[in-house]
Design a protein around this ligand. Structure first.
Ligand SMILES: [Zn+2]
Length: 506
């Protein structure tokens, strides 16, 4: 029997994937659960990652003409009622504020008092309250388009939560735009999806499939929902971003009208689009290994950690001085438009420092001992390679090649994820094969199995429902790519013109 490899995370991915995920998050020190059920505390290492995601994405939004604004956390109940499908979609997970004061109760505790005449909803999403502002801002076709984004937190009361992937409160951005024509709004919906896809692939190194949601998976109140879907290492799909064409539905609900060039009163065409801290969960599950998180360099909170090593007190001063001066020099080097971020770990805790940074997923580690220092070099390791693979690198070489090394890591991560997706994507044409593929061998403790099935679907919601009930498999999207072809529905056998992506999903 092969000797079991020691890993920093137990259980490993193959042993218990959900448990592996929880342990990776914990070991990385990115976040922890909070006293409030379903909410998370995002710690500095996790928040710095989110800030990098924000910065990069925000710049991409602004390049398309979008401007940031901020709207209230509370939404009047009556606003949510303006769009029937919308309210139905969110009613089951709303946090509702009913009082505005606390009073001392009979047994000394505090009780809510001062009942509100109209309850307020803690925003689950802001279409309705932003729509109200739009109705005031927009009068003429000359006011259009309006292109707004807000960075905020939202609350959706979830019963089963998992850090970053599904939490009752999460951080996100929501874009909202209004246009004079349907064509323009559709174009904007597509444009923002492409921004998300580009961000996921180029920054998170997460390959995504762009497509349209089936009717049952659409955003409540939307005419069309576009999405990007990524395959995690347990071969389940993760919806990483959505962009909605809302038609005139929300404009009618909120009274967003404008005078056209022909002086006619018309309803505007609106869109909304969002991504959230869920991207962090997706990033962890795309790249993480049995030793912890692996941060793609372009979003990593820090790029390189320097670990000074000395045994004798008389070596300390010199090694520390050398390390600090190298840190200073490295932080002058630029990588992908920002300065290299260097951590120096001077903790005197022995050999666990290296492993701490492996678990955090920092792209590059460099140890500096008295001997390295004398040779003007460091002992370097990369997070995309085995923890044991280290090599001596001259100081000058490190300074000159670090950006290249980081790009290599970034590309390796993307290529690996793409290969993984290709390996576990299958065209399936027979119902029996389909059911067999999506049924785990071990029912009690399902092993990692299946993946993305490219199969024909007739377009009928009943077939989708049947498969969902039988296998917990859903249509992740109708991909933009892929030619029309004659086929038969995987469920009912009726004619179909296109393959869709079926998978189990987060
Ligand atoms: Zn069918």
């Amino acid at each position: 029997m092969a000797k079991k490899v020691q890993t920093a995370i137990t259980p490993t991915r193959t042993e218990d994937y959900p448990q592996w995920y929880q342990q990776v998050v914990k070991a990385s020190d990115m976040a922890e659960s909070s006293p409030v059920r379903g909410c998370m505390v995002i710690k500095p290492w996790g928040y710095a990652l989110w800030e990098n995601i924000q910065k990069s994405m925000d710049a991409m939004f602004k390049e398309t003409g979008v401007k940031n604004a901020y709207f209230p956390l509370f939404i009047p109940l009556s606003f949510l009622e303006k769009e029937a499908e919308h309210v139905e979609g969110f009613a089951k997970e709303c946090a509702v504020v009913t009082h505005h004061r606390l009073e001392e109760g009979p047994d000394g505790g505090l009780v809510p008092a001062g009942k509100l005449t109209e309850p307020l909803i803690v925003r689950p999403t802001s279409e309705t309250i932003i729509g109200d502002s739009f109705s005031k801002w927009i009068n003429s076709y000359r006011d259009l388009p309006v292109l707004i984004n807000q960075w905020a937190n939202v609350v959706r009361w979830e019963m089963r939560t998992r850090t970053f992937l599904r939490t009752s409160e999460f951080l996100w951005q929501e874009g909202h735009t209004a246009h004079a024509t349907s064509e323009e709004a559709v174009a904007r919906t597509e444009q923002m999806l492409e921004v998300y896809a580009k961000f996921a692939e180029e920054y998170l190194a997460m390959p995504v499939i762009r497509g349209t949601k089936s009717e049952s998976e659409r955003f409540p109140g939307a005419v069309d929902t576009l999405c990007i879907e990524a395959m995690m290492q347990d071969r389940k799909a993760l919806q990483a971003g959505t962009s909605h064409f809302l038609g005139q539905n929300f404009a009618k609900g909120s009274g967003i009208t404008f005078q056209s060039a022909e002086e006619k009163e018309e309803y505007a065409w609106t869109t909304s689009w969002g991504t959230s801290t869920r991207l962090i969960g997706g990033m962890i599950m795309t790249h993480g290994d049995d030793d912890g998180v692996i941060m793609p360099p372009r979003v990593a909170p820090a790029h390189v950690v320097l670990i000074p090593i000395y045994r004798k007190e008389n070596e300390k001063e010199e090694v520390l001085a050398y390390t600090r001066s190298l840190a200073k020099e490295l932080s002058q080097v630029t990588y992908h438009g920002r300065n290299i971020v260097v951590e120096v770990d001077e903790r005197e805790i022995g050999g666990t420092r290296g492993w701490d940074w492996i678990k955090k997923g920092i792209p590059v580690r460099a140890e500096i001992g008295p001997r390295d220092m004398k040779e003007d070099s460091v002992f370097m390791a990369r997070r995309d390679l085995s923890p044991k693979e280290k090599r001596g690198v001259k100081r000058e070489e490190l300074l000159a090649t670090l950006p290249e090394i980081l790009d290599e890591i970034q590309n390796t991560l993307f290529d690996r994820a793409l290969a993984h997706r290709a390996e576990h994507t299958r065209r399936i044409d027979g119902k029996e094969d389909f059911y067999a593929w999506f049924t785990p061998e071990s029912a009690d403790k399902p092993e990692i199995h299946a993946g993305f099935a490219l199969s024909h679907w007739c377009g009928n919601g009943a077939c989708e429902e049947e498969i969902k009930n039988d296998l917990k498999v859903t249509i992740r999207c109708i991909p933009f790519e892929g030619e029309e072809e004659e086929g038969t529905c995987i469920c009912c056998g009726k004619p179909s013109k296109k393959r869709v992506i079926f998978a189990k999903a987060y």
